[in-house]
Design a protein around this ligand. Structure first.
Ligand code: SF4
Length: 171
């Protein structure tokens, strides 16, 4: 296992521990549950919009044809800290053991990203091929939708960090 993989597995281990210790209490927290449900709704809205605009076809070309997975490079998984990974576990994401494609992000599956909660880079980044394929109106719709998704993800991260810091846990 290389340094990159060790870091990713450590973060996953911490996220899984947090899940075991706190998921039951979190599921009874009405504010958190309603934020998480709204977040899931915006993630789904993003997925529907991306599909309608043909992004999965454009992105899978890079994942399968470009060595290293295009913008889903292996190092990106190291940016995923225990809190964002915990959000995925709380949304019932089954985190796969390794990337489907060689030398790509640990979370890249056969048909794209396997995570629901994702960082701004993964949600926001539009490569030159996408800009070339879409008109201005489509790009604006994508950016507005990404903003709605990221805003709720950020609120949830803050909520969890605040809650854990009151318990003396830091990350
Ligand atoms: S987390 Fe998902 S979107 Fe981000 S680089 Fe990995 S596979 Fe790609």
């Amino acid at each position: 296992m290389n340094d990159e993989s060790i870091e990713i597995e450590k973060n996953l281990e911490k996220a899984r521990r947090l899940y075991v210790d706190h998921s039951r209490v979190m599921s009874m927290d009405k504010t958190f549950s309603s934020l998480l449900s709204a977040y899931g709704h915006e993630i789904e809205n993003s997925r529907v919009l991306m599909t309608a605009l043909g992004l999965p076809e454009l992105c899978s070309y890079c994942a399968t044809e470009i060595p290293g997975g295009g913008c889903c490079g292996s190092h990106i998984a190291t940016w995923y800290d225990p809190i964002v990974l915990l959000l995925n576990l709380l949304m019932d994401v089954e985190i796969q053991d390794k990337s489907y494609y060689k030398n790509c992000c640990r979370f890249l599956g056969r048909e794209g990203c396997t995570l629901k909660a994702r960082y701004h880079f993964c949600v926001n980044y539009l490569c030159p091929r996408i800009y070339k394929a879409l008109d201005e109106e489509a790009v604006s719709r994508l950016k507005a939708q990404s903003g709605a998704e990221l805003f709720l993800g950020w609120k949830l991260e803050c909520y969890l960090l605040d809650r854990f810091s009151k318990m003396g846990l830091s990350f």
